[in-house]
Design a protein around this ligand. Structure first.
Ligand code: IVH
Length: 668
């Protein structure tokens, strides 16, 4: 293919992919199958690799992230990002309307739209390309998070149609509730702290240093406010409808209204309607539609006079706190739980609510016997918002947080800077043991079918399994189990067959199944590839662990702690004896040893390959990816825009710095 032919093809593919992205992510109306879409994208990526000089930074292939930002640059907003005044009642809305009518008379229109509960973002477009994405920050200046925002598929990198040359568009980044719950559960399984709601998860994600990690999280974005000097019209509603044609995700749930009654209709409809939305909203935003009239109304110090947020009251109920109990998780984390007098709230009966940790109990000053308010806001899990002090018993005493584990009586510990208490008795605290066994048999771990929490509970109570290695000794209890209630010959046979099959589960999954704190699936894969077998991991020093790509202090410490514990080693040895896989298979081994013993740090952005591809190429040739520059490092593989600190450090330590081309030649 000639360069001109490639150029035409790349352009045609990019346009088609952009359109499909728009239909899928902005309109939620895909017109082709995922498989065909992937094929098209693959074709584009291959062509861009063949003709690197034709790669455009707005190409739809550039959404996988890869740039690391240690500290985000701060910039001043061209137009300050103000907040909105809040109201909670029709009366307050009438006052707002009255103030406006005094200035504008009766000749104006409002728009009503949903108030998304996410994180505000400002996007600057120049000549139809996304130039900069900036967070709200303090309203005057915010952080430049463009590389992270580029990974959000519904945000167009390149616009279509008759867009203005220079403009800003603002909107809200959010995560769908279902995605949030799935990811949070995954984090919990990996011993990571969980987020309280999708908004916190979104805000944490936008500030991540590694954009490749951001790309893995399903963020979404509605745009709702255009700013600039050459907008198509002076009307907000009409402008955002136009912006939809340029490729932005603009909600159709908007209305133009002339009176408070019409506004209240919109508000009331969505109070019910919001329950079936896949994302959280916390109210409705009412704006004067005409920008000229907006200017006439102006701003107060904090917010515009031409707009207001009507916030839905979170549904609330009052009930009695009967008892605070404490749950112990697989990793030993203690969660205090409020056991409530059952109360009906927003469609369900609430009996329990999480109190999170000791700080929260102290903050609420909550005590057994108190009358408490329970709320169901955007969050699905009910929370206790406050105590009705007027109803408190005169003799009530402040809650004293437990000092001993409620399950095994071990003294609890709380590490500095952490909010959560832990039970350190990993080896004999029953819920920790059962939790670890449940984790071990899970689908993403050893995938042992026919075993579940209830059977584990029974086997534990009967003394058949006291740790994960006992599972492989169940055969000796076969006869007793067959006689037990609810078990028969086939059920125990099925369990034994699944256990046998699990001996073939690859090393990375076995490593994950061990349930080492902070060693999730991805980390387990990295460790397995790098060290190749369990003995190498056991004997690795802290420094060697830290030299592995993506392994930081927290994970390295947790690994060392787990693997220096004699009983954990004993369990591993028993599992080994039982034939589980503790080394990577031949097929997973590097295909060449050209880079054997050679270590690389990858930094910056590259033209021919993504960072992940380069990492894989290094591993496939027997080399090592490490994350930080040290004296022992062999090469710094440097792309464009690499951090100046990294470069300086490499130069100071006289590390060889090579380009992508030089690297390609090395493995030739
Ligand atoms: S308009 C000056 N429209 O709510 C007008 N804001 O409390 C600025 N928000 O910072 C905002 N949905 O992050 C507008 N449809 C919507 C919105 C919305 C959510 C957020 C936004 C803003 C905050 C104000």
């Amino acid at each position: 293919m000639t360069k001109t032919e490639a150029q035409n093809k790349i352009q045609q593919l990019s346009e088609e992919i952009r359109e499909h992205n728009y239909e899928y992510y902005a309109l939620s109306q895909p017109t082709i199958a995922d498989f065909d879409f992937d094929k098209m994208l693959q074709e584009l990526i291959i062509l861009e690799k063949q003709f690197p000089e034709l790669l455009d930074e707005s190409s739809p292939s550039q959404r996988v992230g890869g740039t690391i930002t240690k500290k985000f640059k701060t910039v001043k907003h061209k137009y300050p990002m103000l907040s909105l005044g809040n109201t909670y009642s029709k009366e307050e809305l009438e006052e707002f309307d009255g103030r406006i009518r005094k200035i504008l008379g009766d000749d104006f229109e409002y728009t009503c739209e949903l108030k998304y509960d996410g994180v505000a973002i400002s996007l600057i477009y120049k000549n139809g390309q996304l130039d900069q994405a900036v967070t709200r920050g303090d309203g005057t200046q915010g952080d430049v998070v463009t590389t992270n925002i580029k990974t959000i598929k519904c945000i167009p990198l390149k616009l279509k149609g008759g867009f203005p040359k220079d403009f800003e568009i603002r909107g809200e980044i959010f995560m769908k509730v279902e995605d949030f719950e799935k990811l949070n559960q995954q984090r919990e399984a990996e011993g990571e702290e969980t987020y309280a709601n999708p908004r916190n998860f979104t805000s944490g994600t936008i500030k991540m240093q590694d954009s490749a990690q951001v790309a893995k999280r399903p963020l979404d974005c509605f745009l709702y406010h255009l700013l600039g000097e050459n907008l198509p019209t002076d009307l907000h509603y009409e402008n955002v409808r136009n912006a939809k044609e340029w490729g932005f995700k603009i909600s159709d749930n908007m209305a133009k209204c002339k009176s408070i009654d019409e506004i209240m209709n919109f508000i009331n409809e969505w109070e019910e309607g919001k329950k079936s939305l896949p994302f959280d909203i916390d109210g409705v935003v009412i704006k004067v539609n005409d920008q000229k009239q907006q200017e006439e109304l102006g701003f107060t110090a904090k917010s515009p006079r031409w707009a207001i947020a009507y916030k839905y009251k979170a549904e609330e109920a009052c009930t009695i706190l009967n008892e605070i109990t404490y749950q112990v998780g697989r990793t030993g984390a203690i969660t205090p739980v409020a056991n409530l007098e059952p109360v009906f709230l927003a469609g369900t009966t609430v009996k329990r609510a999480s109190l999170h940790n000791a700080n929260e109990i102290e903050r609420l000053d909550i005590r057994e016997g108190d009358h408490v308010f329970v709320e169901k806001g955007g969050e699905i899990i009910p929370k206790i918002t406050r105590v009705d002090l007027s109803k408190r018993d005169r003799n009530s005493q402040p809650t004293i947080y437990i000092m001993k584990c409620p399950e095994c009586s071990a003294e609890l510990i709380r590490e500095e800077g952490e909010a959560i208490h832990y039970c350190p008795n990993e080896e004999s605290c029953p819920p920790q043991i059962k939790g670890k066994i449940e984790h071990f048999i899970g689908r993403n771990a050893m995938n042992i079918e026919h075993l579940g929490p209830e059977i584990i509970e029974t086997f534990y109570e009967k003394g058949f399994v006291k740790d994960i290695s006992d599972l492989y000794d169940l055969e000796k209890h076969r006869d007793v189990i067959t006689q037990m209630d609810g078990f028969g010959k086939t059920s125990i046979q099925n369990i034994l067959v699944s256990l046998e099959a699990s001996k073939k589960v690859p090393f990375a999954k076995v490593l994950f199944a061990l349930g080492i704190r902070f060693v999730g699936q991805t980390v387990a894969k990295k460790l397995a590839r790098h060290f190749q077998n369990i003995d190498n991991i056991i004997s690795a020093s802290q420094d060697e662990l830290l030299s592995v790509d993506e392994i930081g202090d927290r994970i390295a410490e947790s690994l060392t702690k787990h693997l220096s514990n004699k009983s954990n080693i004993l369990v591993i040895n028993m599992l080994k004896e039982n034939g589980l896989t503790f080394e990577i298979a031949e097929s997973e081994l590097p295909s060449s040893d050209k880079l054997s013993g050679v270590s690389f740090v990858i930094s910056g952005t590259f033209t021919d390959h993504s960072r992940d591809q380069l990492k894989k190429m290094i591993e496939d040739n027997g080399g090592k990816n490490v994350s930080s520059i040290s004296k022992k490092l062999n090469y710094l593989l440097a792309g464009e825009n690499m951090g100046p600190n990294k470069l300086k450090k490499a130069q100071d330590l006289e590390i060889k710095i090579i380009s992508e081309k030089e690297f390609e030649e090395m493995i030739g």
